[in-house]
Design a binder for this molecule. Structure first.
Ligand SMILES: Nc1ncnc2c1ncn2[C@@H]1O[C@H](COP(=O)(O)OP(=O)(O)O)[C@@H](O)[C@H]1O
Ligand SMILES: [Mg+2]
Length: 282
């Protein structure tokens, strides 16, 4: 069963006798049989595998000290994101969205609390282990792109694949596939400073997606895009999520947030609401 991306169609998930089933969210429970209960991926799922947690923070705080002023950028944030979820994070400028994403991406450290990533307590791991986990599992779209100016667009996008030890011929194929999807093929040999803001953003998105990571963290991925490219990027994220990629996306756009199953709202470093759009009946 495939979800028409962006059409606002979501599924219920349910566990019965160790098997996971899904049905259209607008159906009543009694319609489940009419819809035809299906095993997800054709394999029996147990409760743990369906509900597998990718991210969990427990009272996670991040305090910045600058010029003798302490800023509580994150204040006891406790959130959980399960495998296959698409979660958007919203809130006013300065409320801690980027800080949260940096913590989740293991680029930054919490100052108190706990952060569990794929069953490992990330705040207790050393830098090498965190970096290994990040490269293996996470595609990150930075708010400021973070492209390397000295490398061409092709080389920037190729970088995660080199880290993963993928052979050159295979790398080239994978990079060109993403360049094509993000309408950048004609800019493969350009360098980031020669690109428009929108093109840089698309290159950053291509780099985050190229290795097919199991988790994509995206900080305002459509912030610099015109509406056509913005919609293309959202459709692409929706498709990746449909194929099983977990996504946490910071956005200011309600339209983009509508692609997500759940919206976490932050205010002054705290979670103020978690509006669940898909109901997990487990
Ligand atoms: N490196 C830093 N040093 C000091 N303060 C910071 C730093 N990074 C973020 N902050 C502060 O933390 C708060 C949250 O910032 P940020 O996470 O970037 O917000 P958002 O992404 O929601 O706009 C802001 O008050 C910001 O000024
Ligand atoms: Mg930000």
């Amino acid at each position: 069963m495939r979800t028409p991306v962006g059409a606002g169609v979501h599924f219920f998930y349910r566990i019965k006798k160790g098997l996971a089933y899904k049905a259209h969210e607008n159906s009543h429970i009694k319609d489940w049989h009419i819809l035809g209960l299906m095993k997800i991926s054709g394999k029996p799922f147990n409760k743990t595998s369906l509900n597998m947690e990718v991210i969990r923070t427990k009272a996670a705080s991040r305090v910045f000290h600058a010029n003798e002023v302490a800023t509580i950028a994150l204040n006891k944030v406790s959130i959980q994101v399960n495998k296959g979820e698409f979660v958007s994070v919203m809130g006013p400028s300065g409320c801690g969205k980027t800080t949260l994403l940096n913590i989740l991406g293991m680029i930054d450290h919490i100052t108190s609390g706990e952060y569990w990533f794929m069953g490992k307590q990330a705040d207790r791991l050393g830098e090498r282990q965190r970096s290994f986990l990040r490269k293996k599992n996470i595609g990150y779209v930075f708010q400021g792109f973070n492209l390397i100016d000295a490398l061409s667009v092709f080389e920037n996008i190729e970088l995660p694949l080199i880290y993963l030890g993928i052979r050159p011929a295979e790398r080239k194929k994978m990079v060109y596939e993403r360049l094509e999807q993000l309408d950048l093929r004609h800019r493969a040999r350009y360098y980031p400073p020669q690109l428009s803001g929108g093109q840089q953003q698309r290159a950053a998105i291509a780099r985050a997606m190229v290795a097919s990571p199991s988790l994509i963290l995206a900080d305002e991925p459509t912030g610099n895009l015109d509406s056509t490219h913005g919609e293309e990027v959202m459709r692409l994220l929706g498709k990746l999520n449909e194929e099983g990629t977990t996504i946490v996306m910071v956005t200011h756009s309600q339209r983009d947030a509508d692609y997500a199953q759940r919206v976490i709202r932050l205010f002054d470093g705290q979670v103020v609401s978690e509006d669940i759009r898909t109901k997990f009946l487990v």
